[in-house]
Design a protein around this ligand. Structure first.
Ligand SMILES: [Zn+2]
Length: 125
């Protein structure tokens, strides 16, 4: 399980690339920060199992802490479950199909959630 800063950095990179591809859609800095922050959202379930030692999982103490636990296989748990990005992907497809102009935000939420689970090494079941 990578630290929270790793997930935030992955969000900044992915949303940054999307902002370069769609400059008019992601030109608002507030939207950019919120979208990048979505990449940390699944870690909210750690609050249910909080231990003081988990403070060290938020910010790195060395450069290599950014990569600690990345892609290490682990079973799904609460918000760390592939059902969530699947539901958001389906919702984005439906929203696009019915021409709701905010479908892209739902798609980014799905991408954010899936990227987080991929970095955490969450297995399908
Ligand atoms: Zn996580």
């Amino acid at each position: 399980m990578p630290i929270v800063l790793t997930h935030l950095l992955s969000g900044i990179i992915v949303v940054g690339v999307l902002a370069l591809a769609y400059p008019k859609k992601l030109s608002n800095p507030f939207v950019f920060v919120v979208m990048a922050g979505l990449f940390t959202l699944p870690d909210l379930d750690h609050l249910a199992f909080w231990q003081p030692s988990m403070v060290n999982k938020i910010l790195p103490t060395s450069f290599w802490d950014l990569f600690t636990g990345m892609f290490v296989p682990r079973p799904p748990l609460l918000l760390h479950n592939w059902i969530f990005p699947a539901i958001f992907a389906l919702a984005a497809i439906v929203a696009y199909r019915y021409r709701w102009n905010k479908w892209g935000y739902i798609a980014i939420l799905s991408i954010a959630w899936a990227t987080h689970l991929l970095l955490d090494g969450v297995m399908l079941f």
